[in-house]
Design a protein around this ligand. Sequence first.
Ligand code: SF4
Length: 235
Amino acid sequence: MRDAFPGLANLSPVGDIVHTAFNTLTTDNPNEIYPRTSYDVPEGELHIPTLSRIVRPLENVVDVDYFMPGCPPESHQIAAVIDLVIKVVKGEAELPPKGSVIGCGDSTVCDECPRARNVKFIKEFKRIQDIAPVDPNLCLLEQGIPCNGPATRSGCNARCPQAGAQCIGCYGPADGVMDYGARLITAFSSVIDANTPEEIEHILDGIPDPTGQVYRFNLAGSLLKANREAWKIKG
Ligand code: SF4
Protein backbone atom coordinates (compact mmCIF):
# COMPACT_ATOMS: atom_id res chain seq x y z
CA MET A 1 0.00 0.00 0.00
CA ARG A 2 1.44 3.31 -1.07
CA ASP A 3 -0.10 5.60 1.49
CA ALA A 4 -2.99 5.05 3.86
CA PHE A 5 -4.96 6.54 6.72
CA PRO A 6 -1.77 7.49 8.63
CA GLY A 7 -1.32 10.25 6.03
CA LEU A 8 -4.23 12.08 7.64
CA ALA A 9 -1.84 12.74 10.52
CA ASN A 10 -0.61 15.54 8.28
CA LEU A 11 -3.56 17.59 9.48
CA SER A 12 -2.12 18.05 12.98
CA PRO A 13 1.21 18.93 14.61
CA VAL A 14 3.02 15.78 15.67
CA GLY A 15 3.02 16.91 19.32
CA ASP A 16 -0.79 17.07 19.30
CA ILE A 17 -0.99 13.59 17.82
CA VAL A 18 1.28 12.12 20.49
CA HIS A 19 -0.61 13.99 23.20
CA THR A 20 -3.95 12.67 21.92
CA ALA A 21 -2.64 9.12 21.58
CA PHE A 22 -1.48 9.10 25.19
CA ASN A 23 -4.36 11.07 26.70
CA THR A 24 -7.60 9.75 25.30
CA LEU A 25 -10.43 8.64 27.58
CA THR A 26 -9.48 5.04 26.92
CA THR A 27 -5.78 5.55 27.68
CA ASP A 28 -4.79 4.86 31.27
CA ASN A 29 -1.84 7.22 31.68
CA PRO A 30 -2.21 8.93 35.09
CA ASN A 31 1.49 9.85 35.29
CA GLU A 32 1.47 11.46 31.85
CA ILE A 33 4.25 9.24 30.55
CA TYR A 34 5.22 10.00 26.95
CA PRO A 35 7.65 8.33 24.58
CA ARG A 36 11.21 9.59 25.04
CA THR A 37 13.92 9.80 22.44
CA SER A 38 16.55 8.45 24.85
CA TYR A 39 16.32 6.15 27.82
CA ASP A 40 18.92 4.94 30.30
CA VAL A 41 19.13 1.17 30.68
CA PRO A 42 21.79 -0.90 32.54
CA GLU A 43 23.51 -1.58 29.22
CA GLY A 44 23.78 2.12 28.32
CA GLU A 45 21.58 4.72 26.67
CA LEU A 46 18.87 3.69 24.23
CA HIS A 47 18.09 6.08 21.40
CA ILE A 48 14.68 6.00 19.76
CA PRO A 49 14.09 7.91 16.51
CA THR A 50 11.84 10.95 16.82
CA LEU A 51 8.64 11.10 14.82
CA SER A 52 8.91 13.09 11.61
CA ARG A 53 6.97 16.30 11.51
CA ILE A 54 4.93 15.00 8.60
CA VAL A 55 4.12 11.56 7.18
CA ARG A 56 5.76 10.93 3.83
CA PRO A 57 4.86 8.42 1.13
CA LEU A 58 6.99 5.28 1.11
CA GLU A 59 8.75 6.19 -2.15
CA ASN A 60 9.98 9.43 -0.59
CA VAL A 61 11.86 7.41 2.03
CA VAL A 62 13.06 4.19 0.41
CA ASP A 63 13.73 3.05 -3.14
CA VAL A 64 10.58 1.17 -4.20
CA ASP A 65 10.76 -1.40 -7.01
CA TYR A 66 7.02 -1.85 -7.61
CA PHE A 67 3.77 -0.57 -6.20
CA MET A 68 0.86 -2.91 -5.71
CA PRO A 69 -2.22 -0.94 -4.69
CA GLY A 70 -5.34 -1.99 -2.82
CA CYS A 71 -6.40 -2.17 0.78
CA PRO A 72 -6.12 -5.08 0.50
CA PRO A 73 -5.17 -5.96 -3.08
CA GLU A 74 -7.74 -8.25 -4.72
CA SER A 75 -6.78 -11.94 -4.64
CA HIS A 76 -6.95 -12.23 -8.45
CA GLN A 77 -4.51 -9.32 -8.70
CA ILE A 78 -2.10 -10.96 -6.25
CA ALA A 79 -2.36 -14.17 -8.30
CA ALA A 80 -1.62 -12.23 -11.51
CA VAL A 81 1.53 -10.74 -9.96
CA ILE A 82 2.71 -14.15 -8.72
CA ASP A 83 2.04 -15.61 -12.19
CA LEU A 84 4.12 -12.83 -13.72
CA VAL A 85 7.01 -13.46 -11.32
CA ILE A 86 6.91 -17.18 -12.17
CA LYS A 87 7.01 -16.36 -15.88
CA VAL A 88 9.94 -13.99 -15.34
CA VAL A 89 11.84 -16.67 -13.40
CA LYS A 90 11.18 -19.13 -16.24
CA GLY A 91 12.40 -16.60 -18.79
CA GLU A 92 8.96 -16.37 -20.40
CA ALA A 93 8.30 -12.72 -19.53
CA GLU A 94 10.14 -9.55 -18.59
CA LEU A 95 9.72 -7.51 -15.46
CA PRO A 96 7.86 -4.24 -15.91
CA PRO A 97 9.94 -1.06 -15.59
CA LYS A 98 11.06 -0.30 -12.07
CA GLY A 99 8.59 1.91 -10.22
CA SER A 100 5.57 0.54 -12.11
CA VAL A 101 2.20 0.11 -10.43
CA ILE A 102 1.37 -3.59 -10.81
CA GLY A 103 -1.55 -5.87 -9.94
CA CYS A 104 -4.20 -3.38 -11.02
CA GLY A 105 -5.84 -1.79 -14.03
CA ASP A 106 -4.85 1.37 -15.87
CA SER A 107 -8.20 3.18 -15.95
CA THR A 108 -10.66 4.19 -13.21
CA VAL A 109 -13.12 2.32 -11.02
CA CYS A 110 -15.92 4.09 -12.93
CA ASP A 111 -14.74 2.31 -16.09
CA GLU A 112 -15.33 -1.04 -14.39
CA CYS A 113 -18.58 -0.05 -12.70
CA PRO A 114 -21.82 -1.29 -14.27
CA ARG A 115 -23.97 1.49 -12.76
CA ALA A 116 -25.54 3.93 -15.24
CA ARG A 117 -23.81 7.32 -15.42
CA ASN A 118 -24.50 10.73 -16.94
CA VAL A 119 -28.17 10.40 -16.09
CA LYS A 120 -28.78 12.83 -13.22
CA PHE A 121 -27.51 15.98 -11.57
CA ILE A 122 -27.72 16.46 -7.83
CA LYS A 123 -28.79 19.25 -5.49
CA GLU A 124 -27.14 17.86 -2.36
CA PHE A 125 -24.72 15.27 -1.00
CA LYS A 126 -25.88 12.77 1.58
CA ARG A 127 -24.51 9.94 3.65
CA ILE A 128 -25.41 6.61 2.09
CA GLN A 129 -27.35 5.62 5.22
CA ASP A 130 -29.57 8.67 4.78
CA ILE A 131 -30.76 7.58 1.34
CA ALA A 132 -33.45 4.94 1.17
CA PRO A 133 -33.70 3.14 -1.02
CA VAL A 134 -30.42 3.43 -2.92
CA ASP A 135 -31.09 2.87 -6.62
CA PRO A 136 -29.23 -0.37 -7.44
CA ASN A 137 -28.57 0.60 -11.05
CA LEU A 138 -27.75 4.31 -10.97
CA CYS A 139 -24.30 5.78 -10.30
CA LEU A 140 -23.99 6.44 -6.57
CA LEU A 141 -22.46 9.84 -7.18
CA GLU A 142 -25.50 10.81 -9.21
CA GLN A 143 -27.63 9.86 -6.20
CA GLY A 144 -25.69 12.35 -4.06
CA ILE A 145 -23.40 9.77 -2.43
CA PRO A 146 -19.75 10.86 -2.63
CA CYS A 147 -18.10 8.00 -4.54
CA ASN A 148 -14.38 8.10 -5.29
CA GLY A 149 -14.59 5.97 -8.43
CA PRO A 150 -13.84 8.80 -10.90
CA ALA A 151 -10.27 9.31 -9.62
CA THR A 152 -9.43 5.82 -8.33
CA ARG A 153 -7.34 3.27 -10.18
CA SER A 154 -9.21 0.28 -11.54
CA GLY A 155 -8.44 -3.33 -10.77
CA CYS A 156 -11.01 -4.28 -8.14
CA ASN A 157 -13.92 -4.78 -10.59
CA ALA A 158 -15.71 -1.93 -8.81
CA ARG A 159 -16.38 -4.30 -5.96
CA CYS A 160 -17.71 -1.71 -3.51
CA PRO A 161 -20.07 0.15 -5.89
CA GLN A 162 -21.35 -3.20 -7.17
CA ALA A 163 -22.17 -4.14 -3.59
CA GLY A 164 -23.96 -0.84 -3.00
CA ALA A 165 -21.19 0.99 -1.15
CA GLN A 166 -19.27 3.96 -2.45
CA CYS A 167 -15.64 3.57 -3.55
CA ILE A 168 -13.32 4.99 -0.88
CA GLY A 169 -10.26 5.01 -3.12
CA CYS A 170 -8.09 2.21 -1.76
CA TYR A 171 -6.44 1.55 -5.16
CA GLY A 172 -5.06 5.08 -5.13
CA PRO A 173 -4.93 7.60 -7.97
CA ALA A 174 -5.58 6.38 -11.51
CA ASP A 175 -2.94 6.95 -14.20
CA GLY A 176 -2.63 10.63 -15.05
CA VAL A 177 -4.18 11.88 -11.81
CA MET A 178 -1.74 14.44 -10.44
CA ASP A 179 -3.69 15.22 -7.29
CA TYR A 180 -6.33 12.74 -6.22
CA GLY A 181 -8.36 15.15 -4.10
CA ALA A 182 -8.42 17.85 -6.76
CA ARG A 183 -9.58 15.35 -9.38
CA LEU A 184 -12.35 14.15 -7.09
CA ILE A 185 -13.61 17.61 -6.27
CA THR A 186 -13.74 18.29 -10.02
CA ALA A 187 -15.72 15.07 -10.54
CA PHE A 188 -18.07 15.84 -7.67
CA SER A 189 -18.63 19.36 -9.00
CA SER A 190 -19.47 18.00 -12.45
CA VAL A 191 -22.65 16.31 -11.19
CA ILE A 192 -23.92 19.31 -9.26
CA ASP A 193 -27.02 21.08 -10.50
CA ALA A 194 -26.20 24.71 -9.67
CA ASN A 195 -25.96 28.04 -11.42
CA THR A 196 -23.47 29.98 -9.32
CA PRO A 197 -20.08 29.23 -7.74
CA GLU A 198 -21.63 30.00 -4.34
CA GLU A 199 -24.32 27.39 -4.88
CA ILE A 200 -21.70 24.81 -5.96
CA GLU A 201 -19.65 25.61 -2.85
CA HIS A 202 -22.73 25.31 -0.65
CA ILE A 203 -23.54 21.87 -2.07
CA LEU A 204 -19.90 20.72 -1.74
CA ASP A 205 -20.03 21.85 1.89
CA GLY A 206 -22.60 19.10 2.39
CA ILE A 207 -19.91 16.41 2.02
CA PRO A 208 -19.30 15.04 5.51
CA ASP A 209 -15.56 15.10 6.33
CA PRO A 210 -14.36 16.38 2.92
CA THR A 211 -10.64 15.91 3.67
CA GLY A 212 -11.16 12.34 4.83
CA GLN A 213 -13.32 11.74 1.77
CA VAL A 214 -10.83 12.87 -0.85
CA TYR A 215 -7.49 12.25 0.89
CA ARG A 216 -8.15 9.19 3.05
CA PHE A 217 -5.32 7.31 1.33
CA ASN A 218 -3.49 10.14 -0.37
CA LEU A 219 -2.86 13.19 1.74
CA ALA A 220 0.87 12.57 2.20
CA GLY A 221 1.27 12.02 -1.55
CA SER A 222 -0.88 14.98 -2.58
CA LEU A 223 0.40 18.28 -3.90
CA LEU A 224 -0.30 19.95 -0.57
CA LYS A 225 1.07 17.01 1.52
CA ALA A 226 0.08 18.57 4.84
CA ASN A 227 -1.74 21.53 6.27
CA ARG A 228 -0.04 24.50 7.90
CA GLU A 229 -0.69 23.18 11.41
CA ALA A 230 1.25 19.98 10.75
CA TRP A 231 4.41 21.89 9.82
CA LYS A 232 4.44 23.63 13.20
CA ILE A 233 6.90 22.36 15.76
CA LYS A 234 5.00 21.78 18.95
CA GLY A 235 5.33 19.39 21.87
S1 SF4 B 1 -18.92 7.24 -9.33
FE1 SF4 B 1 -18.97 5.31 -8.21
S2 SF4 B 1 -21.01 4.47 -8.55
FE2 SF4 B 1 -20.67 6.08 -10.10
S3 SF4 B 1 -19.90 4.97 -11.88
FE3 SF4 B 1 -18.11 5.67 -10.69
S4 SF4 B 1 -17.63 3.94 -9.36
FE4 SF4 B 1 -19.70 3.60 -10.13
